[in-house]
Design a protein around this ligand. Structure first.
Ligand SMILES: [Zn+2]
Length: 411
């Protein structure tokens, strides 16, 4: 299920959740409504019903079936369905089935979002199997001090759930607003995802930090608003360590090309190397993300990253990324940088990475390699380190983008 569909309040354009990041304990999104940016995070907890869970299961089944019925109904309707129209079509029917007012609303909106996303992906009509329900804030009471959740179900039933998760995770959310949750059953246990929201007051930027990620290192450069370089720093990537494990995996898979999946010891060995890769990259991303954000806070920087969604345009880099380290590594890095930055109320901006390492930052001409990681412009004789050139170009793109929009409201 696409989590972005779970909440109509979440602005999917800025939704940071990526499948490759699913191990991260939180989902974060930043939506800019008017002037006030908002952070949304999700707290996930196992939920133990106090007493019988029969009504809760019944509720989840009813809910799923109701969503399915509506999906079936609106799948054939081609006109655009407003909330008003949906309400008119389904509200009273759902209430007659025993749902509360806000259950009904969540059900038809969810059904519509499923249909919309299936259609936009050119997919088939959605068929729901999993038991999962979105519940609006009017239909639950959450007591974070005692980790107790009271859910209002169909036909006036109620269920109390004890939430089980790390204590320190919960502390963070005290004082945040929660406005919606998802309760689900995975066949043996109940889970609850609570959406929390907090408005952030962004730090007013005094400098611009441009970050270039590549195979060998992470380069960051801090510029003043009028373009003077004030700080340059490189972090080496752990690519050699990762490559070593990847080479081991490939070697094993080649040697046991048919059987590695089926021989326990061999499969274990592959998994172990996979684990190591994952741990190395997470440790590194957390650590470097944290250092970068600390530095950005010290310099009051707005952080500029490459928009990796546009990466396919950039063939050379694409090859390097995918073949050697993997795009997932860069996405993870960016995720950690963004996460740590938002924690410090710093703004993060993404710019198109096209030609950032092939265009002369002085005259716009084409750059040529001139020795190891050095680039030279034949038109204006500019010469520079490849990574620094990339940060310069990111900085310039940032300036160009924000001048176009004029959105930062700088003095
Ligand atoms: Zn030039």
């Amino acid at each position: 299920m696409n989590l972005a569909n779970l909440s109509p309040h979440i602005n999917t354009d800025r939704y940071l959740y990526k499948p490759s990041l699913s191990k991260y304990p939180v989902l974060v999104s930043y939506s800019m409504r008017g002037e006030e940016p908002v952070v949304v995070e999700t707290l996930k907890a196992r939920a133990l019903p106090e007493g019988s869970h029969d009504y809760l299961l019944e509720f989840l089944r009813l809910y799923r079936d109701a969503v399915q019925v509506i999906v079936d109904r609106i799948w054939g309707i081609n006109e655009k369905l407003s909330k008003k129209k949906l309400h008119k079509l389904f509200y009273s029917k759902l209430v007659r089935l025993g749902f509360r007012a806000h259950h009904a609303k969540e059900i038809y909106i969810y059904a519509k979002s499923l249909v919309d996303s299936a259609r936009s992906n050119g997919g088939r009509k959605p068929v729901l199997r999993k038991l999962s329900a979105r519940v609006d804030k009017y239909d639950y009471r959450l007591d974070l001090d005692n980790m107790l959740l009271t859910l209002k179900l169909h036909n006036g039933y109620e269920v109390k759930l004890k939430l089980i998760t790390h204590k320190e995770r919960v502390e963070k959310f005290k004082g945040w607003r929660n406005y919606e949750l998802v309760v689900k059953y995975d066949g043996s246990e109940f889970w609850v995802l609570v959406y929390f929201k907090r408005a952030i007051k962004l730090v007013k930027p005094r400098t611009i930090m441009a970050i270039d990620l590549n195979f060998d290192n992470v380069t960051l450069a801090i510029f003043t608003l009028n373009g003077r370089l004030v700080k340059l720093k490189k972090f080496k990537t752990p690519h050699r360590k990762i490559l070593t494990h990847r080479i081991w995996i490939e070697r094993i898979q080649r040697r046991y090309s048919r059987s590695w999946r089926f021989i326990k010891g061999v499969r274990r060995a592959v998994e172990r190397h996979g684990e190591r890769i994952k741990n190395i990259s997470w440790d590194y991303s957390h650590k470097v993300g944290d250092s970068i954000a600390e530095l950005a806070l010290k310099y009051r920087s707005v952080i500029t990253l490459e928009d990796l969604d546009g990466l396919r345009e950039n063939n050379k880099k694409d090859k390097e990324f995918n073949k050697r380290l993997g795009l997932w590594f860069y996405l993870r890095m960016q995720f950690c940088v963004e996460y740590e930055a938002r924690e410090r109320n710093l703004e993060v901006v993404k710019v198109d990475p096209k030609r950032t390492s092939s265009k002369c930052p002085r005259c716009g001409g084409k750059l040529f390699e001139d020795g190891y990681r050095v680039l030279r412009c034949r038109r204006c004789c500019f010469i520079g380190d490849r990574d620094v050139v990339a940060t310069l170009n990111l900085y310039k793109k940032f300036i160009r983008d924000t001048q176009d929009v004029g959105s930062l409201g700088w003095p």
